[in-house]
Design a protein around this ligand. Sequence first.
Ligand code: FMN
Length: 411
Amino acid sequence: MAAWGGGSVPGVNLREIGQLVRMKPVELNATRRRLARCHDVRDLRACARRLTPRPVFDYVDGGADEELSMVANREAFTRWRFTPRVLVDVSAPDTSAPLLDRVLPLPLILGPTGYTRMIHPAGEIGVARAAGRYGLPYTLSTMATTSIEDLAAAAADVDRWFQLYLLQDAGLNAELVDRAAACGYRVLVVTVDTVVAGHRSRDRRNGLVIPPELTVRSIASIASRPGYWMRMLRSPAIDFANFAAHRSMTIEQTTAFFSPAITWDDIAALRERWTGKLVIKGPLGAAGARRAVQAGADAVQLSNHGGRQLDRAAPPADLIAEVREAVGPDRCVLVDSGIRHGADIATGIALGADAAVIGRAYLYGLMAGGEPGVDKALRLLATQFRRTLQLLGITSVADLRKHGHELLTRR
Ligand SMILES: Cc1cc2nc3c(=O)[nH]c(=O)nc-3n(C[C@H](O)[C@H](O)[C@H](O)COP(=O)(O)O)c2cc1C
């Protein structure tokens, strides 16, 4: 058959059709083609699932025990319904938000996630660079597969935060904090919900081995996920880059690493040592948040670790209002666990948070397309957030903080 406009098909004038319909340019890059078909974080997740061996996908996607908290986290955002304002000029909504002495273009932070290079070799550096392109902070985990120093060198201009797990070895805690300070990390986030490792049911069932090994099981997945394994085999070995003496410990050994004996005294000691901004991240209700502020925290990050630690822990979104009431209007409140859409960010702010923190949302992007996949996740969330403000009849983040609760109804 002839090309557009060339030949003839009985009863059809191809030349006319050719003038009406514009041919879509063919995208030759497979990653870009894949990402172009993702229209929300759910699409990125579906794409990630197709491309990633099941134990690795489940490591990201799964939660603790019966995954009740993980499911409830989503419901805690999606149960809210909006009654928008109408006939407000929303031609230029201001999505910027002041946060811990900076103004972010969007009230959004990329949270800490361990083992990131196992998920995709672009790893922590790729995620941090994508965050930097959007002017958003990136939090490096204690259990990162890129060291504090290497990330600082590769993402020097990014607003870098460092997340600390308090470990049994007090000397090591002090060393990590000092290294983060020396490398220009701006904010220290202390995670207080991991005194022991959560029971990740899917990891147990899948027999997840970290770092991934070529076992009989995994060889079976090579045929169905060749891209993952090709990338993995071409990349440097995965290890815990922050610990010279424990770089290659297994996931079981990490459990013995965390300190189950941490108390508020440890936070007081950290406050003395760290001169930058301090955030306490964990399952904080009103009493815990008040205590964190008394201990010198500049911000509280309401989190149940995405449902990966204490199953049945309350969804953080449900705690925002009581925590805001407890800490007052000016203390910084962050919320994470369950954020998958720009409307979730808007809901969190309308309920009283200053900004939202994401984990899986960017990791799905990373699995789906490496660094450009993280870009895509951030672009989707930014666009959705802006559109939500406009459709709500809200002109700025400050306006949303002030009046948002008037627009919300609980389903
Ligand atoms: C794969 C994965 C690894 C994580 N690793 C860490 C970590 O090392 N330190 C930490 O404080 N939180 C960690 N988290 C929790 C996140 O920082 C964040 O609290 C959580 O992902 C928010 O929930 P969401 O995934 O539903 O957005 C991890 C989460 C995931 C999914």
